[in-house]
Design a protein around this ligand. Sequence first.
Ligand SMILES: C[S@@+](CC[C@H](N)C(=O)[O-])C[C@H]1O[C@@H](n2cnc3c(N)ncnc32)[C@H](O)[C@@H]1O
Length: 323
Amino acid sequence: MASVERSIDWFRDAGRPHRDDRALLASVLEGLRQHPKRISPVWFYDERGSCLFDEICELPEYYVTRTELAILQRHLPEMAARIRSHACVIEPGSGTGLKTKLLLEALDRPSAYVPVDVACEHLEAAAARLRSEHPHICVHPVCADFTMPFEVPDTERFARRAIFFPGSTIGNFDRHEAVRLLARLRHLAPGGGMLIGFDMVKPAGVLVPAYDDAAGVTAAFNLNALEHLNRRLGTDFDPAGFRHRAVWNPVASRIEMHLVSTRAQMVRIAGRDIHFAAGETIHTENSYKYTTERFASLAEVAGWKICRCWTDARGFYSLQLLE
Ligand SMILES: C[S@@+](CC[C@H](N)C(=O)[O-])C[C@H]1O[C@@H](n2cnc3c(N)ncnc32)[C@H](O)[C@@H]1O
């Protein structure tokens, strides 16, 4: 999303320096002045949001993680052989790194692992877990916004790099942003490859419950963005004055998540009052769903060549190796 474009070093967790909260406030304010109002989905991911996302991955309605894990488990030997020995694996938006553990175990002597995430506490905890389970792998966590330039540790300067980009995170970007991101990742791994996962178009009856589960975990995840804003920027959102909404937009081929204001209300941000009418929404996330053809065209425009595709029996999800 457009607002993700700004540097978000200030997403470093409590206790660490916040470099430029004013820039952050300005970008949130700008989004809330648009019609419809919007905020960046990076606001989901403080420590609580990262834990809620892990819970979402276990939900019966959220087929995404289960399906991707099943494809990985079935085809990892072939994927690992194609990635080749001694790779330095870079993972944008690494989260808990459940799938990475499987990939690293399948790879032949990976030289290093560089997880990159805005949720710094969660990132450090996942890196510490991986180090203790696999002490022979050098793990270099990077707390950064992967849509902005970030440094891969100097020690890995000459390593053969492979990007691992699972979780359908690419789906959070519109076509223009996705092309730009994929092109940037290509420059990060010159001569290397990228194993990327994306979600496929399917009936709304399957898609909508995956983003609006019966237990209300996705609702809590969406509403947590307001708590995160309050804590981080001193806004005074009342999460009880909003409710979660997930809709399938067939024209744009995306699930949209919104927070709907349940009443007319005013929210104070950066010394200004932002008015919400009853029923007015904040657009918090898009999750684009692809056909094979549409993803191929995206990858091609970004300068990647598709080498191999793996999918599940229902054609719900695709993992692809790009070079
Ligand atoms: C959908 S989750 C996927 C997590 C994991 N890769 C998986 O497959 O389960 C997205 C992850 O990307 C991180 N993230 C989202 N936007 C980001 C950004 N712009 N820069 C860095 N990390 C980001 C979030 O903190 C979260 O861990």
